[in-house]
Design a protein around this ligand. Sequence first.
Ligand SMILES: [Zn+2]
Length: 297
Amino acid sequence: MASLSKKAMTKIGFKRFIPQIDIGDKKSWFWRHGVELPEIFVPLWQLLVNETLLAEVSSKGLHDFLGFNGRIFLSMVMPDELIDRLRLENYFRLINELRPDATMTLDNYTYVDDPLFLSWSQTVKLVSLANDFLKLDVPLIGLVKGANPLQIDWAIRKQVEMGYVSFAMPARELFEDNLLEDLLPGAIMSLQWVSKKTKTSFELLIYGVGRRLKYRGLSYSNLSWFLEAKQGHYVKGGKLYSFKDPEIRFEECTCEACGGMMPQELIDLMLSDKELGLKTLALHNLLDVNEALTRGR
Ligand SMILES: [Zn+2]
């Protein structure tokens, strides 16, 4: 690996919860429906699989296209089969056209069950890409990735050497495979250790997990609020319920989306006006998740 460059960076200053949106589905554009939250994540892969959308968004930039006045962060976490779709210089050109307020560095392939030499070569690649991204004139979010605690620790330290102070940990698959508990505590310890050593403070965002974890001081970003609504799921107190669960079905909700409606009335609304019902449920879920992840920090 070529020697690493260095750049002075300041923390992005993540909110506790940053909703992801689906750029191809306006029902997830919550600001158009009267809910105000200051930051969003837009997953780049949603554009890579839709050429028409990609052309339109890159000609306008994310802010104009979405009509969103808050900060827009670009997520580079994507399905493995898309990672190599563009060459690095094309990613850079695209990021410059999209003009996000910050971008993650490029995702890589990491499997905890890969042979070690493969996962190490991916970890080296992750660090090397983080180095390449220093050329961009956009605030950067480093990635916390690796197949084991040693790789994660090394990747964090190298990125810190380059000046990275804000990190995201792509955690959806780890969470689903019950591996997050094995890797997250080590990542937090590495950040604490390097923070002490360099007298710098860092921030860590858990990307892709809809539930609050037991560790303090984390930020979260996910699309669960929207995906669960599409499945007819209702979130209450950060917990997931079926719409029809008698435990919550007849309890009024005072959030600004429901305005006193109970889940039963949301069901009725869906039957008479599916779009409006789904939109209301999604906004309710968004407000509930935001409340659950923000409360008591
Ligand atoms: Zn509600």
